[in-house]
Design a protein around this ligand. Structure first.
Ligand code: FES
Length: 331
């Protein structure tokens, strides 16, 4: 049976089945609830029930005081709803609200996409999942390779299995390690999260996103988070691939088009036959001409320089305020 949970003071809501913890349901609903261990040990997910019926799991190590019990303080990771609930809980409002974490994880899967891309799935211990906001990045350290900043390509609703997109590059020792030496079960140290490239969850303006090559990774996280939040505005995703590169997860984008009423995916490719400056100018023109009214959008760019700056300048000249242009070069 499913119940409606309302959080104070934000008035955010989410649905929780009786069989799942309030924390799992809130994260699935796209909310950035404060938590750490997910197993009832740390007390980080404390909240207070204002009204409604609930039930604690039999086992949780963290001891609430008698005063807390009398005030209906709960651990969201260890409580299930038995009715609709109103609760007071802490939510992250910005990257500054998310603590830095260092997690020793393992490579869970190396998923080859075509010949030039690998989706690296890293798994954290269940008692130490990664808390992050969609669009942020972490520093990955692998045995036998220099550390690398990588955008998390998956949704914050699952902090235990994290995805990263790696492009083949034989001149890059990190990519070389992933393609030729890394195996399932290898150690991976995850530090972070970092970065201000996050979704404006309060905005109701149309969203325009431009990704270049593996810039698709942070965009995928943003889109999955927007879906979890059930945002209703239109989303337009341009994915620009280099002349010799692939839109390696195009089918994934098309599945969003099929599932969402207001999602449009447009793959673009840089022309190999032209001077790079001319090819960039053509891409910018195509993006501008196919976007909604520029002054009324939120623009997200995961396009390294120079293309990212060219697109930002073009939208800015057409009336998009700079404050509504988010840009990241970490992919
Ligand atoms: S997240 Fe640690 S007790 Fe709930």
């Amino acid at each position: 049976m499913t119940h409606l949970i309302k959080i104070k003071p934000s008035n955010h809501t989410f649905e929780a089945d009786e069989s799942e913890s309030l924390l799992d349901a809130a994260l699935r609903g796209g909310l950035s609830i404060s938590y750490r261990c997910t197993t009832g040990a740390c007390g980080e997910c404390k909240a207070r029930v204002v009204s409604g019926q609930y039930q604690f799991d039999a086992s949780h190590d963290y001891k609430l005081t008698e005063a807390e019990k009398n005030q209906n303080v709960i651990l969201m990771c260890s409580v299930h709803a038995n009715s609709d609930l109103v609760i007071e809980a802490q939510e992250a409002r910005s990257p500054a609200d998310i603590p830095r974490q260092r997690i020793a994880g393992r490579v869970a899967k190396l998923e080859k996409i075509g010949s030039d891309h690998i989706v690296l799935h890293a798994r954290t211990p269940r008692s130490q999942t990664l808390r992050f906001l969609a669009g942020q990045y972490v520093t990955l350290s692998l045995d036998g390779a220099p550390s690398r900043d990588m955008a998390v390509a998956s949704c914050p609703c699952n902090g235990m299995v994290l995805q990263f997109h790696v492009q083949r590059d034989d001149n890059d020792s990190f990519a070389d390690c992933v393609f030729h030496h890394l195996t399932t079960g290898s150690n991976v140290i995850i530090e972070g999260p970092f970065g201000e490239f996050t979704l404006d969850e309060e905005s109701r303006r149309p969203i325009v996103m431009v990704a270049q090559d593996t810039g698709f990774a942070p965009m995928k996280s943003l889109v999955e988070h927007a879906i979890a939040l059930d945002l209703q505005q239109s989303m337009l995703l341009f994915w620009v691939a280099g002349a010799d590169k692939a839109h390696y997860l195009s089918n994934y984008c098309r599945s969003w088009e099929d599932a969402l009423d207001r999602f449009v995916y447009i793959p673009l490719t840089l022309s190999a036959a032209k001077d790079l400056d001319v090819a960039y100018a053509e891409i910018v023109q195509q993006i501008i001409s196919r976007s909604p009214i520029e002054s009324e959008i939120d623009l997200y760019l995961a396009t390294p320089s120079p293309l990212g700056n060219l697109i930002a300048d073009a939208f800015s000249a057409k009336g998009t305020p700079r404050s509504r242009i988010a840009i990241t070069g970490t992919c």
